[in-house]
Ligand binder design. Structure first.
Ligand SMILES: [Cu+2]
Length: 98
């Protein structure tokens, strides 16, 4: 029983690192400048810094999770945000204005 338990812990531990490099962008945060606010803040066009291991610096649109949306953003604002991958798209899940 004890052996079985420790085995399953070991398996869990081994699986975790690979998973987190690919799919834990929950903790992947970066900064950027808003270029355009679309759909009342549901979509932001952002010129963002490099996101190490995810993508280089670029300007791209991001969907914003309903919980992270803000009404007070405008083009030119500097933001810090965190992204998570959902169905192949990067979605902003945390957002603050700098
Ligand atoms: Cu990008």
């Amino acid at each position: 029983m004890l052996l079985l338990l420790s085995l399953s812990f070991a398996a869990c531990g081994a699986a975790r690192p690979a998973e987190s490099t690919v799919a834990s962008p929950e903790s992947t945060s970066t900064t950027g400048t808003i270029k355009e606010v679309r759909k009342e803040g549901a979509v932001l066009l952002v010129a963002h810094e490099e996101i190490p291991g995810v993508m280089p610096a670029m300007t791209m649109p991001f969907q914003v999770d309903a919980k992270a949306r803000r009404k007070d953003l405008k083009s030119g604002d500097r933001i810090r945000f965190s992204i998570a991958e959902r169905e192949g798209l990067y979605v902003i899940v945390k957002l603050e204005r700098l």
